[in-house]
Ligand binder design. Structure first.
Ligand SMILES: *[C@@H]1O[C@H](CO)[C@@H](O)[C@H](O)[C@H]1NC(C)=O
Ligand SMILES: *[C@@H]1O[C@H](CO)[C@@H](O)[C@H](O)[C@H]1NC(C)=O
Ligand SMILES: *[C@@H]1O[C@H](CO)[C@@H](O)[C@H](O)[C@H]1NC(C)=O
Length: 363
């Protein structure tokens, strides 16, 4: 499980000390980071199940309001079709979505959705009221070539596999951090998916919440906006570290910005040690996955004209973390106003449910 490289250690130090990042020190200049509040929580998935409503499992979705059951790149242009975005960066109409987590009561077998919570790193709950995600776009943390080429309109991808129930052999790119009470606000120190994180659900109570991380591949074939499995047009860089340097395989030569999601799940009401007796744990992904290995993330590119390339080119002392003057930003109050009605109207699990929506088998 130990996959630390020097660049990951440097990132760890950075994430641990945001104040250092604010000075624009070497590592701090290597990513853009911002919050997006909840657009909608519903059973749709325009990437894997376009046209289907409801889809088999629940997703929590942020980003441009053009999000829909079908997102045909020939008819939907997110910047043009969206009325608003729930992301801090107003030129970003991309959509980002992940699976919800449910708590299964060991007492009576009913389910409740684990709420998402704000990421305190982004300074202010308003940025992510009602959950939401923290999005990172990263350039190489190592190597001499810091340039990245932004994906093209219509680009989309999936990482992770909802059917997985054992540890995957690839890089450690999707993981869970169990937070103690004192880590609740800042989300814990250390690099994403380092040795304190697990691909599986944590095996102990997490009174400060769970910080889930989803790191996408950093290399693209440069031609296909999508692929039948939504994965093969992109690739992780060679090596075991998910956070990439400047190298890409010949099959996927284009070094794109590496996208990472951080999702904070508020497990504080589900942290009774009794739920964790005898090697059990009570959490289940909306896919019916009680292991955590099936965590996954979906991405649909929707930046306005060249805005992301402009930001990536500006990364350095003038653009880093949450500060990037070459991009336009909206206030936290404004971004949380950008929501959508469910297209599949159903109770998502704010009350106790007999079954997870879609009734996936828990196995
Ligand atoms: C979603 O798609 C439906 C059917 O094509 C359409 O009527 C609706 O306007 C779309 N919504 C948005 C926000 O684009
Ligand atoms: C099921 O158990 C949970 C606690 O685990 C409790 O809060 C809930 O009210 C119970 N529901 C029923 C119908 O008993
Ligand atoms: C956090 O937000 C508060 C209130 O908006 C502001 O006064 C403060 O300067 C911010 N701190 C940082 C580190 O951005």
């Amino acid at each position: 499980m130990v996959r630390l490289t020097t660049n990951v250690v440097a990132l760890a130090a950075l994430l641990a000390h945001d104040a250092t990042a604010q000075t624009g020190s070497a590592r701090g200049s290597d990513f853009l980071r911002f919050g997006c509040s909840q657009l909608v929580v519903e059973r749709t998935d325009p990437l894997v199940n376009p046209g289907m409503a409801p889809t088999p499992h629940m997703h929590q979705i942020v980003g441009g309001s053009s999000f829909n059951i079908t997102m045909d790149p020939l008819t939907i242009d997110p910047p043009a079709t969206s009325k608003c975005t729930s992301c801090k960066m107003t030129e970003d109409f991309s959509n980002y979505w992940t699976a919800s987590i449910y708590f299964r009561s060991p007492e009576n077998g009913t389910f409740k959705r684990v709420p998402q919570m704000a990421n305190g790193r982004l300074n202010g709950t308003l940025l992510e009221q009602d959950g939401g995600l923290t999005i990172y776009y990263m350039r190489p943390f190592s190597g001499s070539n810091k340039k990245v080429t932004v994906m093209k309109p219509g680009f989309r991808m999936l990482t992770g596999d909802p059917t997985l129930r054992t540890k995957s052999s690839g890089p450690s790119a999707i993981c869970h951090r169990c937070l103690s009470k004192s880590e609740r606000i800042m989300g814990g120190n250390g690099a994403p998916c380092d040795s304190s994180d697990t691909a599986a659900f944590p095996s102990k109570p997490c009174p400060g919440g769970i910080r889930a991380t989803v790191i996408f591949p950093s290399c693209w074939d440069g031609k296909n906006l999508d692929s039948p499995d939504h994965k093969s047009h992109v690739a992780y860089a060679p090596g075991s570290a998910a956070l990439a340097g400047d190298k890409c395989p010949a099959s996927h030569p284009v070094r794109i910005p590496q996208v990472m999601y951080e999702i904070m799940y508020d497990t504080s009401s589900f942290a009774d040690p009794a739920y964790y007796k005898g090697g059990k744990q009570p959490l289940v992904y909306s896919t019916g996955d009680p292991t955590g290995y099936g965590a996954h993330g979906d991405y649909l590119f929707g930046w306005k004209d060249g805005a992301l390339q402009r930001a990536m080119d500006a990364l350095g002392t003038n653009c880093f973390s949450e500060t990037c003057p070459v991009l336009k930003m909206q206030s936290g109050e404004d971004l949380i106003k950008c929501t959508k009605q469910q297209q599949v109207r159903e109770e998502i699990g704010n009350t106790w449910l007999k079954e997870i929506p879609g009734a996936p088998m828990v196995q």
